[in-house]
Design a protein around this ligand. Structure first.
Ligand code: PMP
Length: 430
């Protein structure tokens, strides 16, 4: 007898490619069919068959306050009273832009868009417009959304499905995208030397979180800053995951490295479809209609989305202690998993920082894309299935992050660690 989820998936694949509206939701990498979810509250998510899970996806990052935060919800309901979309300038857009620009020193101007993909695509365009240069350097294993130029050695779902690039992306669209090795400044220098005065920007996830979580080595981000200063290229931090998560000012604040441009998504929309890009005033002044770099959006700055984002950002800014608490919970959860791995002699590594973490099934210390790929994805699939059956909702891929929210508690983490220990026992890895 099929579950409701299984029946829905049977139907979904008839009408939606692969049955899902975004590839990593498909459970393809773990050889299962997806659980269809009905709703979520706090740290929990519920499927259509009545199962309850501790959620470590948190909508892939946006739900840092936990699901269905009452204040965010209230602000959305109130905003709805005034209309779902006005297609005009509105006061709330000024409020959120001013709020961010006055709180984050490296963001002097900001433009709202509808997704992380759009944010990156637009930031790259303005970097090219400002510098008058064509080339972009990105890093293997970093994911910057699905715009054509960024689908080169990309992480996340592109990595999970084993397709490094995508059909339908022309050579012309990616010929100016150069790929360096994460944590390897030498590889960046070589590209800069070979493309003198032609590199508009270096774009990087300051903490890579789309090949699993991979931390920047000490000096890596500082080194990128220096190389940009020496060559006149712009430094773009893609903070779609890390923004407002590692600290209010994201990875830039956390590591004390100032990017020229930054991209946001996820948390900035409080769960609504929002992205943004911002940074130096002289660069952002090139964006239309102030300047000649065209970028637009019918629903950009949508008042409902802005209300959700504004409320979530205000809560985070006014309760900075939440970041300390997330850090503490991260150490407890990820450090606890690491310790258990040692105890049970599991050949694995846990990479983590703040509320982000990944368990890699490899004996290698994962510091780049090639090392991430040494992970045993079959073992990951077994681990994933075990944890899911025990009520732990993880991303269905070795190459994604775990996300903690402010609603995860010590008791919830203890429960998770107990289940993880049961996995270590039950799969007889000892
Ligand atoms: N950049 C990074 C670092 C991301 O993690 C993602 C999505 N996970 C994106 C860009 C693209 O964002 P979106 O899915 O909202 O288009």
């Amino acid at each position: 007898m099929k579950t409701h989820s299984e029946r829905l998936f049977d139907e979904a694949v008839r009408y939606i490619p692969g049955g899902v509206n975004s590839p990593v939701r498909a459970y393809q990498a773990v050889g299962m069919t997806p659980r269809f979810m009905q709703g979520a509250t706090g740290p929990y998510i519920f499927d259509v068959d009545g199962n309850k899970y501790i959620d470590y996806i948190c909508s892939w990052g946006p739900m840092i306050l936990g699901h269905n935060d009452p204040e965010v919800l209230k602000s959305v309901v109130e905003a709805c009273e005034y209309g779902l979309s006005l297609g005009t300038a509105t006061e709330i857009e000024v409020c959120i832009a001013k709020f961010i620009c006055t709180k984050i020193p490296h963001v002097e101007m900001i433009r709202m868009v509808n997704s992380g993909t759009e944010a990156v695509m637009s930031a790259v365009r303005v970097a090219r417009g400002f510098t008058g240069r064509d080339k972009i350097i990105k890093f293997a294993g970093c994911y910057h959304g699905h715009s054509d130029a960024m689908l080169v050695s990309a992480g996340s779902g592109v990595m999970t499905s084993g397709v490094p690039d995508s059909l339908g992306v022309t050579k012309g669209a990616t010929k100016d995208t150069l790929t360096a090795c994460y944590n390897d400044l030498e590889s960046v220098k070589e590209l800069l030397d070979a493309n003198k005065d032609r590199v508009a920007a270096i774009i990087v996830e300051p903490v890579a979180a789309n090949m699993g979580v991979v931390l920047p080595k000490p000096g890596f981000l500082e080194g990128l800053r220096k190389l940009c200063d020496e060559t006149g290229s712009l430094l773009i931090f893609d903070e779609v995951i890390t923004g407002f998560r590692l600290s209010f000012g994201g990875a830039a604040e956390y590591f004390g490295v100032r990017p020229d441009l930054v991209t946001y998504g996820k948390i900035i929309g409080g769960g609504m479809p929002v992205g943004a890009y911002g940074g130096r005033r002289d660069v952002m002044s090139f964006v239309s209609p102030a300047g000649d770099v065209y970028q637009a959006g019918t629903l950009s700055g949508n008042p409902i989305a802005m209300a959700a984002g504004m409320t979530q950002l205000q809560i985070l800014y006014n309760h900075k202690d939440k970041y300390k608490e997330l850090d503490r919970l991260g150490v407890k959860l990820y450090g606890g998993m690491e310790e258990l791995c040692h105890q049970y002699d599991l050949e694995a590594h846990v990479n983590y920082i703040g509320s982000l973490g990944s368990l890699f099934f490899t004996q290698e210390e994962v510091i780049d894309y090639d090392l991430a790929k040494t992970a045993d994805t079959k073992e990951f699939a077994r681990y994933f299935a075990f944890m899911l059956e025990q009520g732990i909702h993880l991303a269905p891929s070795q190459f994604e992050a775990m996300f903690l929210s402010c609603m995860h508690t010590d008791a919830i983490i203890d429960e998770t660690l107990n289940i993880f220990e049961r996995y270590l026992n039950d799969t007889k890895i000892v």
